[in-house]
Design a protein around this ligand. Structure first.
Ligand code: PLP
Length: 389
């Protein structure tokens, strides 16, 4: 069912629109949760507006699928998520919202009062938190096992364990760390991080035996049981990204991006299109101008590299044609070459696929020389978003 009463034939919509399949997100969470079992339960990383797809729709969908543990990047995102779940009239019992960057100086009270869990990423932050945390306040403690970004080093953990009680002083429920190379299963750093994390967890458990472990992102979940501990934190896989791009995708596609054709043009040999006149026709060309440009996440770098998938709106046939992007991508428009398509297939008002079943997220990211994460989080705010539920 489409949420804002659009028909399921999306090819005739006149505005650029992004179709987000909430059923696929729920199915992807269930898949990653079942991979995490029997040892662990999966949470969901919903930072950056659920990787650009819309926190207000994605979070209630994940909650309905059974997810209870949500991870965001900062306090503002956590507050937004709290109010979304309150408004969504969903059963939020047992929901836990954790902030991956931890608690900034001065925000301690806000975390405590709103019952948001900081991920304590440094000794300094842990000490501040222990002064502010009242009974019942909870937190995660992050250690560095090899990513080298956030978290306590081994000696810092030892000194914290000497001076503080993880449970009564800090309310720590889980020890967390983050994998740097989980998307490359053969990378030796995976094993090293696993063994460093395991030994830090063992030290901390001497003080707090029921401390949970939380190491894996989406790709870590796919590394197998040794990496699961008690909690996992997938993000990209939920949104249809491939956690291990050099392996077959195991997760369902979530987004489709359709751009309407605004105008058709004919280019004579020797004429050019777009800024810088960078594309010059060597023979007569037929072009279609699409609504949507780099302000909408069609990176300028895709100039001459991306292609759109075009189907015939008047035919039930599921076949279609690829049409290459030509000329520089502008802020609001992109031009494709439709010379080789049958006449009449493309007309102003019909829509072409820039992302979907035929131009996959992986294809798009490869053409832009980037990763699925950057493609999703760059999808602009201007699209009409259509949620399938
Ligand atoms: C973003 C993030 C994740 C999610 O990673 P994916 O690769 O998207 O699954 C997990 N943990 C931390 C600390 C993160 O910053």
């Amino acid at each position: 069912m489409l949420s804002n009463s659009l028909s399921s034939n999306t090819s005739n919509l006149s505005a650029p629109h992004l179709v987000v399949d909430l059923n696929a997100i729920a199915a992807n969470w269930r898949f990653l949760n079942s991979c995490s079992q029997p040892l662990a339960i999966a949470g969901a990383v919903v930072k950056a507006n659920a990787y650009g797809l819309g926190l207000a729709q994605v979070a209630p969908c994940l909650l309905n699928a059974g997810c209870k543990h949500f991870y965001v990047a900062n306090l503002e995102e956590a507050i937004a998520l709290k109010s979304i779940l309150a408004d969504a009239q969903v059963d939020a019992a047992g929901v836990e919202i954790s902030v991956l960057s931890g608690c900034a100086r001065g925000d301690e009270r806000e975390f405590v009062e709103r019952q948001i869990l900081p991920v304590l990423i440094s000794l300094e932050m842990a000490e501040r938190w222990s002064d502010a945390a009242s009974a019942g306040a909870r937190a995660h403690l992050k250690v560095n096992s090899g990513m080298g970004r956030f978290g306590l080093e081994g000696e810092e953990l030892e000194s914290l364990l000497q001076s503080k009680n993880l449970r009564s002083d800090l309310g720590v429920i889980a020890l967390m760390s983050h994998l740097a190379c989980a998307d490359e299963p053969e990378h030796p750093l995976n094993q090293q991080q696993l063994s460093r994390f395991s030994s830090m967890l063992a030290s901390a458990r001497k003080q707090l035996p029921d401390l949970q472990g939380c190491l894996s992102n989406s790709a870590g979940v796919l590394l197998g049981e040794a990496y699961h501990f008690q909690r996992t934190r997938p993000g990209i896989g939920l949104y249809g990204g491939n956690p291990r791009p050099s392996f077959p995708q195991q997760l369902q596609a979530v987004v489709k991006l359709h751009l309407p054709v605004l105008q058709l043009r004919n280019l004579n040999a020797g004429e050019s299109v777009g800024y810088g006149a960078s594309f010059v026709a060597s023979s007569p060309r037929k072009l279609a101008v699409l609504a949507g440009g780099y302000a909408d996440g069609l990176f300028r770098r895709l100039t001459g590299r991306a292609k759109a998938w075009v189907t015939d709106p008047n035919s039930a046939d599921t076949g279609g044609w690829f049409a290459p992007v030509v000329g520089r991508i502008s802020m609001d428009s992109t031009v494709i070459d439709i010379t080789d398509l049958p006449a009449g297939v493309v007309a102003p008002g019909c829509a072409v696929e820039m992302l979907g079943a035929n131009v996959t997220l992986a294809d798009f990211a490869r053409a832009a020389e980037t990763i699925d994460y950057e493609v999703l989080t760059s999808l602009g705010a201007r699209y009409r978003r259509v949620y399938v539920e």
